[in-house]
Write a protein that binds this ligand. Structure first.
Ligand SMILES: Cc1cc2nc3c(=O)[nH]c(=O)nc-3n(C[C@H](O)[C@H](O)[C@H](O)COP(=O)(O)OP(=O)(O)OC[C@H]3O[C@@H](n4cnc5c(N)ncnc54)[C@H](O)[C@@H]3O)c2cc1C
Ligand code: FES
Ligand code: FES
Length: 476
């Protein structure tokens, strides 16, 4: 794979380099720049020791996000601001570093740079300086020896400094954070400095047998260093423009949209207000900031959360080879285990979803070995349109119970024009169990997954119709 020219700011330094675009930012920082404060732990997105900030210019402010540098190709930081823990150095310890010392929040110290960067990032982007929001932002950071209790104490101490601050502007925030020595002064000049950087992009020509890279959160775990030898095509070079929009009474979502972008979109908040509950169960903030819908669907994992979500919305997937474009229902895209209705040169452009009527209902359930930062044993989503306790239209999907994320065709058809009663739900669960073909694996036995799907379908109705259905009526 040829080198490309990239320009970006790393901490306070302008970088202008020719480099293989698939080198990870972690390796760039540690091996090229000798900035070894960013730690290499799992190299799989699970520990957060490698957390950095990436700031992207948006209008006249910089949108900083926390990401795992071990899964981030360097080409993705072209024209942006990369901040490692060294880039946060002020004259002494920052107030958070000092709090970690005072509250005994660090022992071996291996996880500490990741926590410092992730929490400083939180102060840069949050509108709610409360403990719950801070904990969600730090779900992707693990400490193995100190225990999280002392780290949370340190966070509580800092949050007191910010009580009362909510919707502050970017400039006010940078001024506040530099004044309190959370950030060094050079942060103030980054917006102007980034404006002067001409982004030189790698070629977006589609080569023979290309590997399409979106967020890289699957690819870099599975293929890591091997990607440097492959013909990679970066979707960030191709899928530009507005990511989420409404066109002809349809919601159109660019395949390069990340889970975080979906969660923060005002359009999604308006149409699917329950989506934030779904996204919080997806990986960690660092993963959500990179994981895209196109990557989730094309990875073809039988337990992909976004696959299950989009299947329940009966969405269409749009594909192109650069010349011709075609579209099909997502439920017809998954053929067999990791087999898709996609030709070698085709990539996913976007997904479209019909705007639902006002009275629709949506619910998502996921059971994992632990609540956060885990993939599902079984997940399922349901979409219903109802009138007077009668179901007019239904789509149910589930993951972990077949070689592919499954649209439960028979179950969905069964629900049409049924009254919502305990008998309907019991029959539905029996039908759903005949549609699935789970296997026993590390995430559970066939019997467990079959039982779990039934329980999760019950959970859909208990949550959506608490006044109509009682738990004891649907035990089967
Ligand atoms: C720590 C961790 C936690 C995770 N937690 C979850 C979780 O809770 N739920 C979940 O569902 N997943 C989870 N994942 C898996 C992963 O994050 C998701 O599958 C993510 O959506 C993949 O998107 P990506 O953009 O990173 O894909 P990439 O890694 O870039 O690509 C994945 C695959 O899709 C192909 N591809 C990407 N974009 C396109 C396109 N536009 N057209 C054609 N092919 C394309 C790539 O070639 C590759 O084969 C987790 C991963 C990690 C490392
Ligand atoms: S090294 Fe563990 S998340 Fe990157
Ligand atoms: S202090 Fe040792 S891993 Fe956190």
């Amino acid at each position: 794979m040829n080198s490309v020219n990239l320009k970006f700011i790393c901490n306070d330094e302008l970088i202008d380099t020719n480099i293989n675009p698939s080198v990870t930012v972690l390796d760039f920082l540690r091996l090229e720049k000798h900035l070894t404060g960013t730690k290499e732990g799992c190299r799989e997105g699970d520990c957060g020791a490698c957390t950095i900030l990436v700031g992207e210019p948006e209008g006249n402010f910089i949108n900083y996000k926390t990401v795992n540098s071990c899964l981030l190709p360097v080409s993705e930081v072209n024209g942006k601001h990369v901040v490692s823990v060294e880039g946060l150095n002020t004259k002494g310890l920052s107030p958070f570093q000092a709090a970690l010392v005072e509250e005994s929040g660090t022992q071996c110290g291996f996880c500490t740079p990741g926590f410092v960067v992730a929490f400083t990032g939180f102060l840069l982007f949050t509108d709610s300086f409360d403990l719950e929001s801070a904990k969600i932002a730090l779900t992707g950071n693990l400490c193995r020896c100190t225990g999280h209790f002392r780290i949370i104490k340190s966070i509580e101490k800092i949050l007191k400094l910010f009580s009362g601050n909510t919707a502050i502007s970017f400039t006010e925030r940078i001024n506040l954070l530099t004044q309190f020595q959370f950030l060094p002064e050079y942060f103030k000049n980054i917006p102007d400095r980034l404006q002067n950087i001409q982004r030189r992009l790698s070629s977006s020509e589609i080569s023979a047998y290309p590997v399409f890279v979106s967020g890289g959160t699957d690819l870099f775990v599975q293929q890591g260093h091997k990607l440097k030898e492959k013909n990679t095509v970066f979707m960030s070079d191709i899928l530009k423009g507005q990511k989420i929009r409404i066109e002809d009474n349809e919601l159109s979502i660019n395949a390069f949209t990340t889970v975080s972008e979906l969660e923060n979109s005002s359009i999604i908040k308006r149409i699917f207000p329950s989506f934030s509950g779904i996204s919080k169960l997806f990986g960690s903030l660092q993963i959500r900031n990179r994981a895209t819908l196109g990557g989730n669907i094309n990875n073809a994992s039988p337990i992909g959360d976004m696959s299950v979500f989009l299947l329940a919305l009966n969405s269409r997937i749009h594909l192109t080879d650069g010349k011709t474009t075609r579209s099909l229902y997502l439920k017809d895209y998954f053929k067999d285990y990791k087999k898709l209705d996609r030709r070698d040169h085709e990539y996913t452009l976007k997904f479209t979803v019909k705007i639902p009527p006002r009275n629709f209902l949506l619910n998502f359930e996921k059971v994992c070995k632990r609540t956060y930062l885990d993939i599902a044993s079984v997940n399922t989503a349901i979409y219903l349109e109802t009138a007077n306790d009668v179901i007019r239209s239904a789509n149910i999907s589930a993951g972990g119970i077949a070689p592919v994320p499954l649209y439960l065709k028979e179950s969905s058809a069964f629900l049409k024009d049924r009254k919502i009663t305990p008998e309907t739900i019991i029959e539905l669960i029996n039908i759903s169990k005949m549609e699935i073909s789970p296997i026993s694996d590390a995430r559970g036995s066939v019997e467990y997954k079959t039982l779990l799907l039934g329980q999760l379908i019950s959970a859909h109705f208990l949550k959506l119709f608490p006044d109509v259905i009682r738990q004891e009526e649907i035990i089967c």
